[in-house]
Write a protein that binds this ligand. Sequence first.
Ligand code: ATP
Ligand code: MG
Length: 348
Amino acid sequence: HAVIFSGIQPTGTPHLGNYLGAMRQWKRLQDIAGDEDKLLFSIVDLHAITMPQDAEALRTRRREMLAALLAIGLDPEKSTLFYQSSVMQHTELMWILSCTASMGYLSRMTQYKSKLMATNKAGDLDEEITSRLKLGLFSYPVLQAADILVHRATHVPVGDDQKQHLEFARECVTNFNHTYNQKLLVSPETLTAPSPRVMSLRDPYQKMSKSSPNERSRILITSTPTEIRQRIMGAVTDSINMITYEREDRPGVANLIELIVQCSSEPTTPENVADSFLGANLGDLKAYCAEAVVLELDGIRERFTKLLERQGGKYLDDIEAAGAEIARQNAEETMRLFSVTHVKENVY
Ligand code: ATP
Ligand code: MG
């Protein structure tokens, strides 16, 4: 049977990229899963604090993320939803994995570099930059590996930007199993969405992100139809006023075409969409794209708002408490294997 695990940071309301790249797949997997399969989705609050956060705001966002996961159709009867920090085994396994993980491999991860790049263009690990680089931002792929491995996940559905971190998680398995000469950890498979990564509406060379300061760069799954139309009509494209699909040369236009493909009710391809807009202009493409997205996200906003208010908040509290309990038990089963590291023998 399959164990499906994935996580999302409570760094803001999920956007169209999170939805098409990850969350929509989670719902689809839930709907096809059998009784033997397990699904766990974690709101990874400990990852969020690799960047400065206001504690109060982070707790609010964490709660909103739980409501968002339910609003897109995750069913707490079928999927275990929990906050990462409620299950201590994640951080415990992280430490154990850190003792066999390779620094060299970690330093080749691009994500911390791109966050650093905001301050240092070269991204070189010179003295100045390493003193500003926090250990947690550097080593968080180890925590991410622990998130997955502590639940013995067989499949991890993530967006395209997370492929590299999943390879690292498999590397952690190899290193650990090799060091202790036992096959204790399960190597997880990456499941990426058929969609390419969704790009920012303000800069088509950057992926759409929760943490980008420019709100106009993204569409939230809770945006109103008016906001969706405004943001897409205002999307940065280029000045060639005809429709062609060229990912390299016209990334802004390609992004809109790909959104149409992903939100279309019938299976189609970017080439087909581009052909169907022969003779049309960018305004036509944007207007069509906006309506496709409005339709795709229809209903989420209403469900989200209702969930936050349901039983004065008790509904969400109960779901989180129940999810944390199941996740804790599942993680503990894995940690019991770790008498192999000698320190925790007979503790569990
Ligand atoms: P942050 O900017 O705080 O890192 P984020 O938008 O990158 O936020 P995450 O919580 O890091 O979101 O990622 C949650 C999931 O969404 C991951 O599986 C990730 O691969 C996916 N994802 C994030 N951004 C995109 C995107 N632009 N296109 C497709 N998938 C995405
Ligand atoms: Mg991210």
